[in-house]
Design a protein around this ligand. Sequence first.
Ligand SMILES: [Zn+2]
Length: 129
Amino acid sequence: MYAVLNKMAKGITVCYSEVFPNQDNDFFHCAYIGKLFLISDSYCMNPDCLCEEAVLHFVQVYPREERKADSFMVSYKLNGRGYKIHDYGSFSKREIQAIMMHFTIDDTIVNLLNERYKEMKEKAKEILG
Ligand SMILES: [Zn+2]
């Protein structure tokens, strides 16, 4: 937990799978027009902060090629107020918009992100005890 504490102290978001490892659902998947993405979700662990954001890191995976992974990063508003792009990688704004729409069209994913946000805040309170 030292790495997590360190990030908390610095105000850096922490990856869900770092706090709750070895679960079946460490990462999300998303396939979009022949492109396959693994998505990690990170959260702010300041118990007093009400940002209601999940930082989503989309990493494109190439199953058959040994290409360098390409990725983009957004902070997604869990109250449904959209998202902000922090890193485009080599993706266009339009492409990211289409992928985000595809990914968040499923309520179960958005609900799960909300649950994980709450779990992370609870864990932060527990750690700071
Ligand atoms: Zn926050």
